[in-house]
Design a protein around this ligand. Structure first.
Ligand code: SF4
Length: 310
């Protein structure tokens, strides 16, 4: 983060949580070699079982199959709403803010983000372009609040730390099964074998264990691609303007390998080998197409414990 401006207490807290310790963090290079070999061997095995099919594995894929398999197998017909779209718009505006010259206001950033998203040739872009004035105003208000929270709780970036937004990473370079990550914000540059990078994921809504698993998957892909693991993972909650941080350890990386391979194994079983999907009630029930006929989902929803879209 940059020297110079006086930081407020929230920015100091974020800076303190993300700061590098005095002792350099260096993982055994053999660990990454082993993780890469394990993944490549397992992916080759799963590719045989896919029988010519292809699979992109993302944090959403894994969270979905590890959440409720019945929901995972239903074709996605998600319907956007201002509340559901606030995170997407805020993320785009923050991405612009981090690369903008000068000091734009959150309102100007959100307006620019909305205009760019509305130009997109995808379902979300068409939905943004067709918003009624009332829905657009509601969405703008949601997003401006979160961009303001980020700007007031995240320290100004030091460009010497090579900050990257929406950085894509993929492992392996080619093949029928690809692990893909797109990280909201990466800070720090790789120096030899020393782990210096911090991976930051921006979230709206409440804290869930899924968010930690998302970041562990990112840490795994980063390690496989760059041969050097990141040092720290941070979920930055835009609603509360506070990061939750996890140090990267060998155990974190091994847990991510296991969860990733378990997820791919289950996807192959469900999609190619005729296994019956299980049902697991949780926040997903709130927008699941199967909820009206699902006893587990109804019971969960009647209990009133629901979450919000990220
Ligand atoms: S309602 Fe909940 S438990 Fe039932 S299928 Fe959907 S996500 Fe699964």
């Amino acid at each position: 983060m940059a020297d110079g401006p006086t930081l407020n207490p929230a920015q100091l807290r974020t800076l303190d949580l993300l700061r590098r310790s005095a002792d350099p963090l260096v993982f055994d290079p053999e660990l990454v070699v082993e993780l890469r070999e394990t993944m490549l061997e397992a992916l080759a095995h799963f590719a045989d079982r896919l029988d010519g099919d292809t699979l992109f594995v993302t944090k959403h894929t894994l969270a979905s199959v590890h959440g409720c398999e019945a929901n995972f197998m239903v074709p996605d017909d998600f319907a956007w709403s201002p509340a559901a779209a606030r995170g997407q718009v805020a993320h785009k505006a923050i991405q612009l803010m981090l690369n903008w010259r000068g000091e734009p206001t959150p309102r100007a950033l959100v307006d620019d983000a909305l205009a760019r998203l509305a130009d997109g040739d995808d379902h979300f872009g068409r939905w943004i372009a067709g918003l009624s004035p009332g829905d657009e105003a509601e969405l703008r208000g949601f997003a401006v609040e979160r961009v303001t929270n980020f700007s007031e709780a995240f320290p100004p970036l030091d460009w010497r730390s090579n900050p990257k937004t929406e950085a894509a990473a993929q492992f392996p370079v080619d093949g029928p099964i690809l692990l893909r990550a797109r990280v909201d914000l990466t800070l720090g540059k790789i120096e030899g074998q020393e782990s210096r990078r911090v991976i930051v994921d921006l979230k709206t809504g409440r804290v869930t264990p899924r968010h930690r698993e998302d970041l562990r998957f990112y840490a795994l892909v980063e390690s496989l691609v760059w041969h050097v693991p990141p040092r720290k993972l941070a979920t930055f909650y835009l609603d509360s303007a506070e990061p939750m941080v996890e140090e990267v350890t060998e155990g974190v990386l091994r847990a991510a390998v296991q969860r990733t391979l378990d997820g791919i194994h289950r996807i192959v079983q469900l999609r190619r080998e005729g296994h019956q999907p299980g049902r697991r009630a949780g926040p997903t029930c709130r927008w699941c197409q199967l909820a009206s006929d699902c006893a587990e989902g109804r019971q969960y929803l009647d209990g009133g414990d629901v979450d919000e879209v990220e």
